[in-house]
Design a protein around this ligand. Structure first.
Ligand code: GAL
Length: 441
């Protein structure tokens, strides 16, 4: 409806009643403005909802990424209720999530990924967001390998935010310069560099002694020593012959040798504090996924100049992928459902994928994005993601919940950590433990 005020020009010309008339006109205009304001307010708030989001992004780079998601949602007029559970790798967050869902109080969205999405969907607690996905053609915007994981029985139940590469080695350029060492490309070179760093009084390997970090190191060693085919057989297909064979023995020996280059304060250390040691040049290297790059970037460090990103030793032709995603839980309140769908749609938008991943250290999961603003580490990751998808080197990260169910991976993770921590445990015993953990269902 178009509302037009009386025309002031003709009215203003009529003698004595001019002032009264002008006042009346002003009042009329004010009332129209007030009505318009009420209408605008109603339009933006009618469907405003609240989305409670469970995540575990609490480090520097992660917090910036979570803030980008919050800002995107708020930009749509909704309220963000933060449900952050500290603890790298998300083990703590998953424990808290379970108790919330069991007590009938699920958040709107939770950072859940890989096969765990299917486990949650099978419980009947996840919402179908196919209408958003169909309207926005997610099938054509995502690599099929990712789209399939986001669906349960053919319907989307989660929205992906990124692709993290796990098999990275981060190196301090200052530490390497001081030690006169060369950034390694294979395990022999790794130990040569570690010795040189040690001699220069630098902690060779920054490690955080938490189970998931031990497991992260283990999977990069397995990939580098055994290659992608071995990795798939042993850690994705859980083939007993591969798990009990000679290659796995070599993997375990190499893994345990890495530990000898870590410092005595490693037990219990958070991953981002380990990254900080490399950022400061107190340590030479860290084996960690590219969320570590988010820390370097948040600290104002530049790849190439201050630090180096190279594939973990022996893994240049492989790529362990780790896709973060948000599962959507069934909700009753209609406004909140609308807000939840707006969140799903925002997550897949071009702008969000760019700003989020620039901070997170990962690359966009949405295909065909312009990477002009991304650094060389991200460009290498993107090229290698495409190349390894063609040559068979693209493998799911077992340490980050991409490869196998949560019960089995939890059991293997515990066995791996036990071996890392117990200097009396033999490789033979550890190998047997890991092989039997792989049978846990
Ligand atoms: C990974 C997760 C990343 C990052 C990291 C450290 O499992 O996919 O997004 O948060 O843990 O917490």
């Amino acid at each position: 409806m178009a509302i037009s005020p009386p025309r002031t020009s003709t009215l203003a010309q009529r003698g004595p009643k001019r002032e009264t008339l002008l006042k009346a006109i002003q009042m009329f205009q004010r009332s129209i403005l007030a009505t318009a304001a009420v209408l605008a307010f109603t339009a933006t708030t009618a469907h405003a909802g609240e989305v409670e989001v469970l995540h575990y992004w609490t480090s520097g780079g992660e917090a910036k990424s979570a803030a980008a998601l919050k800002a995107t949602l708020q930009g749509k007029g909704h309220t963000w209720k933060d449900f952050a559970v500290a603890g790298g790798g998300g083990d703590n967050a998953m424990t808290v999530l379970k108790s919330r869902v069991v007590s009938g109080n699920a958040p709107a969205a939770a950072q859940i990924k890989g096969p765990a999405l299917q486990e949650w969907a099978a419980e009947g607690v996840l919402a179908n967001i196919d209408d958003v996905a169909k309207a926005e053609k997610w099938d054509s915007l995502l690599p099929p390998v990712v789209a399939n994981v986001m669906k349960y029985k053919g319907n989307y139940i989660a929205a992906p935010v990124n692709v993290h590469r796990v098999n990275w080695l981060w190196a301090s350029n200052a530490a390497f310069k001081k030690a006169g060492a060369k950034v390694p490309t294979n395990w022999d070179e790794f130990f040569v560099a570690a010795e040189a760093l040690k001699k220069a009084g630098i902690i060779p390997v920054a490690h955080g002694g938490q189970n998931w970090q031990d497991f992260t190191t283990f999977e990069s060693v397995a990939l580098g020593v055994g290659g992608a085919d071995f990795y798939k057989k042993a850690l994705v297909q859980l083939d007993q012959t591969a798990l009990t064979g000679a290659t796995m023995t070599k993997v375990l020996d190499t893994f345990k040798k890495v530990k000898t280059y870590t410092d005595k304060n490693a037990p219990g250390r958070d991953w981002n504090l380990a990254t900080a040691m490399v950022i400061k040049g107190e340590a030479g290297m860290q084996l960690m996924g590219d969320w570590a790059k988010g820390e370097f970037v948040a600290a104002g460090k530049k790849p190439g100049t201050d630090f180096s990103c190279v594939a973990a030793p022996g893994t240049a032709k492989s790529f362990t992928f780790n896709v973060d995603s948000f599962a959507m839980f069934k909700l009753k309140n209609e406004d909140n459902v609308k807000a939840q769908k707006d969140l799903a749609s925002a997550i897949m938008s071009n702008d969000f994928q760019e700003v989020f991943n620039l901070n997170k250290g990962s690359i966009p999961v949405r295909l065909n994005m312009n990477l002009a603003k991304f650094d060389d580490c991200a460009k290498l990751s993107s090229n290698d993601f495409v190349a390894t998808a063609k040559n068979g080197g693209l493998v799911p990260s077992v340490a980050h919940g991409m490869a196998i169910g949560s019960a089995t991976s939890g059991a293997i993770q515990d066995a791996v950590s036990q071996f890392w921590n117990d200097d009396k445990m033999s490789t033979k015993d550890a190998q047997a433990k890991i092989a039997s953990a792989a049978k846990v269902k």
